[in-house]
Design a protein around this ligand. Structure first.
Ligand code: FHN
Length: 441
């Protein structure tokens, strides 16, 4: 191929898939790519009623007057911010994201621009400030969830109507610009008062173009250039956010000009992996039961095994896993959540090398498990432990050494072309996921 054609082809590839992962982008997102596992926190006065955040007044017919009265009873006296950060650490979570304002418009920080806020409840203290202080002291990156939809602000919608009538917002009203100004004022408070903000997690729901996302991306980059932004205010941002599921393939950047509302596509081409510059950074957020907020009636808890395997599945495609807790009205984390978080933390204490700092693995078609990669080590995460030997039939590259990650016990193996056979002990080292580390030549 002539030099000119090669140059043209490379240039086209870059155009097609967006800018290559240049050093600035790579530097900004490195901590996030390495972190892999975070804690999402959905908390507000709605926890008093064991109902979902905001939606009960938006679509479920919950009495809005009753909902708006909840803050008068909100007093989480047992809230211990340091204990919450340490619980996340014990779970192996490397960053946290808290709802500073959900769609209902109630703010969990002492904003100057509304009275519908945590410091006007019996609790009186600024919960975001308490968590920011504890996170800083514990070296835990803290991000802020902020909802562009706001059922309480008269600029967002005609609040003389029930929220169920106009919860999408009314950008055609002359008051709309006042609401965007309100957003700017509150985001400025969040980005100038509470230390380093690891990321802003917008949650724009539908028709996100109405928020003029570019205005808020520029604001965030001006106030804290290192703060990452997700993809839910009408722009791709730094990472995509599949919710309650893991993508089938490895997410890649949408070709330029694709405008179907999505910010990534699945790489399901058999036999080869996306190039780093094609990869789209992403994060699955998920509940432990089925409600984002605290709900004493929601007993549908995922098992620790399912949660560990979801973490592995997500990491095997290069993603982060943001696992949610909904604190109780008293400010504590219910025992069923703590039990699962501690089980994940225990697994990560032994197998964390196969998750943290890894990227998508070279073996995407395994039937018995998943793979991740870090440098020249491929980690094979085995869900279904075999009798005798682990056989991989489509292994490219040359294995130099194999070992159990738990205890670093060397394993015998033979490789014949692309067929790899690893002798494994009868007993799996871990009942949920056992990891074999393969050093590559
Ligand atoms: O409506 C919200 C929902 O309450 C929750 O906050 C999730 C978490 O990502 N986001 C929206 C639903 O997509």
């Amino acid at each position: 191929m002539k030099l000119f054609e090669t140059v043209l082809m490379v240039a086209c590839a870059a155009t097609l898939y967006g800018a290559p992962a240049d050093s600035a982008e790579a530097k900004r997102t490195q901590w996030y790519r390495d972190a892999k596992f975070g804690m999402f926190i959905h908390w507000g006065p709605y926890s008093l009623a064991s109902i979902e955040a905001s939606w009960p007044i938006m679509t479920e017919g919950f009495n809005e007057t009753e909902y708006r009265a909840l803050p008068q009873r909100f007093n989480p006296e047992n809230f211990d911010a340091t204990a919450l950060v340490r619980l996340a650490k014990a779970a192996g979570q490397k960053y946290m994201v808290i709802t500073t304002k959900h769609h209902d418009g109630f703010v969990m920080f002492d904003s100057l621009f509304t009275e519908y806020k945590i410091t006007k409840t019996p609790y009186q203290k600024d919960i975001v400030a308490e968590l920011a202080e504890a996170a800083k002291a514990e070296g835990m990156p803290l991000g802020f969830y902020y909802s562009p939809p706001d059922m309480h602000h008269p600029g967002y919608r005609d609040t003389s109507k029930p929220a169920s009538a106009n919860w999408h917002g009314e950008p055609w009203r002359p008051e709309w610009p006042l609401y965007l100004d309100y957003m700017e004022l509150q985001l400025t408070e969040l980005l100038t008062r509470y230390n380093d903000v690891a990321l802003i997690w917008f949650d724009g729901l539908g028709q996100q173009g109405k928020y003029n996302g570019r205005r808020f991306h520029d604001l965030i980059h001006r106030l804290q250039p290192a703060t990452l932004i997700n993809d839910r205010i009408g722009l791709p941002g730094d990472f995509g956010t599949p919710e309650q599921f893991a993508p089938k393939g490895i997410p890649t950047k949408k070709p330029r000009g694709t405008n179907d509302g999505g910010t990534m596509t699945d790489w399901t081409k058999k036999g080869n992996l996306p190039k780093p510059e094609e990869f789209r950074l992403w994060e699955t957020c998920m509940t432990i039961n089925e409600t984002w907020a605290y709900n004493k009636n929601d007993r549908k808890f995922k098992s620790s095994r399912d949660l560990i395997r979801t973490l592995v599945d997500v990491a095997s495609k290069g993603g982060n896993f943001l696992l949610n807790v909904g604190p109780t009205p008293e400010g504590t984390i219910q025992p069923e959540f703590q039990e699962r978080l501690m089980a994940i933390g225990k697994w990560l204490k032994v197998n964390g090398d196969a998750i943290y700092g890894t990227t998508y693995g070279p073996l995407q078609e395994l039937t018995f498990g998943r793979s991740t990669q870090k440098g020249n080590t491929v980690y094979i995460h085995v869900f279904d432990w075999p009798k005798g030997s682990l056989e991989i039939n489509d292994f490219s590259g040359q294995a130099a050494a194999a070992s159990l990650l738990a205890g670093h016990r060397p394993l015998k193996f033979t490789q014949n072309g692309r067929n790899l056979k690893i002798e494994v002990p009868t007993q799996a080292p871990d009942p949920d996921v056992s990891v074999v580390a393969l050093k590559m030549k």
